[in-house]
Design a binder for this molecule. Sequence first.
Ligand SMILES: Cc1ncc(COP(=O)(O)O)c(C=O)c1O
Length: 407
Amino acid sequence: MTRVFDEDLSAGFGTRAIHAGQRPEPLAGAIMTPVYLTSTYVQEGLGVNKGYEYARGKNPTREAFERNVATLENGRHGFAFASGLAALDSIMKLFRAGDHIVCGENVYGGTFRLFDKILQHMGLSFSYVDTRDPQRVADTITPATRAVLVETPTNPLMRLTDIAAVAEIAHRRDALLIVDNTFASPYFQRPLELGADIVFHSTTKYLNGHSDMIGGCVVVRDDELGARLAFIHNAAGAVAGPFDAWLALRGTKTLHLRMRQHDANGREIAKWLAEKVGHENVYYIGLPTHPQYELAKRQMSGFGGMISVELGSRDKAAHLLERVRIFSLAESLGGVESLISQPAGMTHASVPPERRAALGLSDGLVRLSCGVEDVQDLLADLEQAFEGMDGAGKGSKKAESKKAVTA
Ligand SMILES: Cc1ncc(COP(=O)(O)O)c(C=O)c1O
């Protein structure tokens, strides 16, 4: 099991981001951790080795990344996985048939799909609740509940959960609190400091930050929980490959710099959008008009670059998505480049339409992942893409036939 280097925990965030978990390589003193491309390690004698036996269990590149992220989350033990969903799937292996999980109702579509289409059939049961209200969580916990899982901020509706309040509720009933911290990143929010037991990420997003790999990670503080996860990590084997771990480790070195710029751009773009379409149609936790702005300020140190905008119809969403030039129409988020998507038809297509409607996740909702380009270029791009939107879809044969196909 990979444990942080305790001395790394005394440094500031930027210093941790650059150095934590890494020491000069012993052969030549390389300052960058090498990519250990090996499946096995030569043993000196029967039962005598350097602590490495087989690379599913341990890889030095992966360990450096695991220590780095665990230090950034102010945790103790880190585990790197092949994807965010692989990380979540392995967390769920802590539980047994008959166990019940309370889950936030607006989680990433793939999280819902994993629970609803796979794990439910293996005997776990899930209740989906609006975790903005901690009392709703308390009311949903049963004697079989073993964990509460929240994503905060949520994808894509930017709803928040009071992590400290829900941690207390979960612990009172002997349940673990699991937090998906992908949207905030540890630069802006550290759930373990607020009482969560397990934090996980799609490292595909902000932690790596360059849209060139898929990965996940899990961080905990508790040694016993760490040992159970270490067992699952090796036994189920959904581990990160060394090259992906190396890419992500290079990414985290600039996490603090990137997050500051995502946040600065996010604030400006959200303000501009609120003037364009009305603040009630802009979901950005850094707008004082966001209903949970006070909670955002309390449990986060910044707001980031994720914004959703309600445009009112699929045609208007398509108008914007098809005209942007710097924003790219693509799934995913958290990279240095700006992306734009329509969650209902893309990232959340696996959520049944009636569930999407109940949540307020409409066909006219557009999600922006504001990158770190010059903000005036991003604003100019949106300005030109919004032009003529009011007429979008009116009487257009193309729009009508598109509607028919969707239906
Ligand atoms: C909030 C959140 N959690 C988890 C995941 C799953 O991560 P991955 O795509 O790396 O499996 C995603 C992917 O978009 C996500 O947005």
